[in-house]
Ligand binder design. Structure first.
Ligand code: ZN
Length: 331
C-alpha cells in the first residue's frame, strides 16, 4: 500500500479556500482515484459563499467549516483495497459523493463510484454526476411529444434538461434566464425561445406564446423563491412543475393553483435515493451522453489548475457578463 502526496481543498471559512497537503492512502474497502478533472457545483459555490446547507440526507450531521470541498469529479483508479471487487487499477470512474474531490486524488467506497461509459472523454467523465442528475430529472419530468416546456434557470442542469426536453419530443422549449450569454447557449442546446426576465415580463410572454394556456411542464432549475413562484404562474391548468433545485432556505410560495388547477408536482433528485437505485438509473441517464445526443462539452466553461482554486471560485461567483456554465478544475 503506497502513501501518495495529495493536495485537497478545504473551505476554511466563507470565501477562503486553502489547499492542504497530506498523504493519502487506500483502506481495505476503499478505492484510490487520481482525478482527471473536477466541476464546480452550485452547492460548492454556496458553501464557499457561507451558505452552508443544514442536516440533510446527504449530510447526516450538519456540515461545518472547515469543510472538505468537492463532489463532482472523474478519474482513473490507481489502487484498490482488496475488498473492492468491482473496480480495477486503470478503470475510469465517475464519483458520486462528497469525498473532498477538489484534490489530486480522492478515496471512495465502491458504492460511491460508477464506471464511466467507454465513449466518455475527460469532460464527460468529470461531469458524469451532474449530467446524470440533470438527465434523470428530464427522464422523470413526464415531458412528452407536443409539450410546451419552460425551463427556468440556464445553469448546467437547466441547459441539460432543456436539451433533453427537445430530444424527448417537446413541441417548444422556452428558456428563462437573466444572463444573455446563458440564453445564447440555451439556444445552442436546443431552446426554441429565450426569455430574459430583466427585459420582459416572463408571465405575459409565456401566456402570449401559448395562446393564454401556459406551459405543459415548467422546470424549476434556478433555486430561488421567485423562480418557484414563476414556475407556478407559467404552468397550464393540469400541467406539471418539475423541481430540480436544492433550495436550503425557507421560501414563501403561492400554491393555491397547485390545488385549484390540479397541477402535478414532481421532485427529481437522482442522488437522494438509495445508491443501488442511483447505480442503475445513472447508467441509463448517461447513455444519451455516450451516444452523443446530449452534448455537455458545450457547457464546460473556464478551466483552472487546482492551485488556483481560490481564484476559480472568486471568478465563477462574480462572472456576470461572461458566465461559466460549468467551471472545470484540473489537478
Ligand atoms: Zn453537485
Amino acid at each position: 500500500m503506497t502513501d501518495l502526496k495529495n493536495r485537497a481543498a478545504i473551505v476554511e471559512k466563507p470565501f477562503k479556500i486553502r489547499l492542504v497537503e497530506k498523504e493519502i492512502s487506500c483502506g481495505p474497502d476503499e478505492i484510490l482515484v487520481r482525478n482527471i478533472a473536477m466541476g464546480i457545483c452550485g452547492s460548492d459555490r454556496n458553501i464557499f459563499a457561507g451558505k452552508m446547507p443544514g442536516k440533510t440526507t446527504e449530510f447526516r450531521h450538519p456540515p461545518v467549516y472547515p469543510f472538505p470541498l468537492g463532489h463532482e469529479s472523474g478519474g482513473k483508479v490507481v489502487e484498490t483495497g482488496g475488498k473492492t471487487g468491482n473496480f480495477s487499477v486503470g478503470d475510469r470512474v465517475i464519483s458520486f459523493g462528497w469525498n473532498n474531490n477538489f484534490a489530486d486524488y480522492f478515496v471512495a467506497r465502491e458504492w460511491q463510484l460508477q464506471h464511466a461509459p467507454e465513449e466518455f472523454g475527460d469532460i464527460e467523465t468529470a461531469l458524469g454526476e451532474p449530467a446524470a442528475c440533470a438527465i434523470f430529472s428530464a427522464m422523470n419530468s413526464k415531458i412528452t411529444l407536443g409539450d410546451t416546456v419552460v425551463v427556468i434557470g440556464c445553469g448546467f442542469a437547466g441547459q441539460v434538461i432543456l436539451s433533453c426536453a427537445k430530444k424527448m419530443g417537446a413541441f417548444r422549449v422556452i428558456a428563462v434566464d437573466p444572463s444573455p450569454p446563458k440564453l445564447k447557449i440555451a439556444r445552442d442546446m436546443g431552446a426554441d425561445v429565450a426569455l430574459n426576465p430583466l427585459l420582459e415580463d416572463v408571465r405575459t410572454s409565456v401566456k402570449e406564446i401559448t395562446g393564454g394556456k401556459g406551459a405543459d411542464v415548467a422546470v424549476e432549475a434556478a433555486g430561488s423563491e421567485d423562480s418557484m413562484n414563476l414556475a407556478t404562474d407559467v404552468t397550464a391548468r393540469n400541467g406539471k412543475i418539475v423541481l430540480y433545485s436544492w433550495i436550503t432556505d425557507p421560501v414563501t410560495l403561492d400554491i393555491g393553483r397547485w390545488h385549484d388547477d390540479g397541477i402535478e408536482i414532481i421532485t427529481t433528485c437522482l442522488v437522494h435515493h438509495t445508491w443501488q437505485e442511483r447505480h442503475i438509473w445513472a447508467r441509463k441517464a448517461l447513455r444519451p451522453v455516450a451516444q452523443g445526443q446530449i452534448d455537455i462539452n458545450l457547457l464546460a466553461g473556464k478551466t483552472y489548475n487546482l492551485e488556483d482554486i481560490q481564484k476559480a471560485f472568486e471568478e465563477t461567483s462574480n462572472d456576470g457578463e461572461f458566465p461559466s456554465i460549468k467551471t472545470i478544475i484540473r489537478p
